[in-house]
Design a protein around this ligand. Structure first.
Ligand SMILES: [Zn+2]
Ligand SMILES: [Zn+2]
Length: 282
């Protein structure tokens, strides 16, 4: 809870006038306990997970094949409405019951301990951007190794095979996983903020951005005009689609965000070989 209730008291505490965003934040959160602000993340995650995949899902379901096929990574595969609904219901329930429930509840004392801020000042845009870059790098590195472990025979058969039920991924499949995988691969998202603590608004934004990134990666589409093309070393949908296409036997493309971990550890060879073979045949 912010220890002052008015903009004047806030300006005195900061030693400068409050920005419009800071005055708004103070007005709406000064009486809100910190744990409420933190748990609001669960509502934000659920709204983002429900709304962000919708445009791609509608394109997959109702887009004319003539228009969409050139951009589909596996154009012969069309996912039914029933499969979309089952995918959403299953993953939303698990997300709500696990990630938004216990993981957020259990992490609250740790979040307070590492110093996630809830008050003023609000972070500058540059600070937010730098923190998000760090969080993505941490998540990518840890996610790479955890995903690689999930491809060990026992872990794949017991846990990871659920996520691979979609050999041709679709937007909602980003969160379609066994509960143990949601907990395992969801944990690195908390490590970045633990190493570099941020403001709670950055924390909310981080969970939305990483959710949207996972949806993009599982979209099943490769658009020529995607802004992600400008992100250095970004893997994207084509990179991850190959991993789903090969399935259990795949020993390539474990990293969830960027391409460099697979390059450094030599787990991009299968994909490179396939690309080179296709180029030779054409
Ligand atoms: Zn996998
Ligand atoms: Zn996947």
């Amino acid at each position: 809870m912010i220890p002052y209730a008015t903009a004047t008291a806030g300006a005195e505490a900061l030693g400068r006038p409050l920005s419009w965003a800071e005055a708004t934040w103070l007005r709406y959160t000064s009486a809100t306990p910190d744990y409420c602000l933190y748990y609001l993340n669960s509502v934000i995650i659920m709204i983002a997970y429900t709304l962000a995949p919708l445009p791609l899902a509608l394109l997959e379901l109702y887009g004319p094949a003539k228009l969409t096929s050139p951009y589909k990574l596996q154009p012969k595969v069309r996912v039914s409405r029933a499969a979309f609904l089952r995918c959403y219901m299953d993953s939303a329930c698990r997300l709500l019951v696990l990630t938004c429930g216990p993981l957020l509840v259990v992490s609250y004392p740790a979040v307070k301990m590492v110093g996630i801020r809830m008050g003023l000042p609000l972070p500058a845009a540059g600070e937010v951007a730098a923190q998000l870059v760090v969080y993505f790098l941490v998540e990518d590195y840890l996610g790479y190794w955890l995903h690689r472990l999930l491809h060990a025979e026992w872990a794949y058969d017991k846990i990871h095979r659920v996520h691979h039920e979609f050999a041709a991924p679709v937007s909602f499949a980003s969160g379609y996983s066994h509960w143990a995988e949601l907990l395992t691969l969801g944990s690195p998202a908390f490590i970045g903020p633990a190493i570099v603590p941020c403001h709670v608004t950055t924390f909310w934004l981080w969970f939305v951005v990483r959710g949207v990134q996972a949806i993009d990666t599982h979209s099943g589409f490769k658009f020529p005009f995607s802004p992600t093309k400008f992100i250095p070393f970004y893997g994207g949908a084509e990179f991850h689609d190959y991993h789903h296409y090969v399935g259990k036997q795949c020993q390539s493309h474990f990293a969830p965000v960027f391409t460099f971990c697979d390059y450094i550890y030599g787990t991009d060879k299968g994909y490179r070989y396939q690309k080179a073979s296709l180029a030779k045949d054409n």
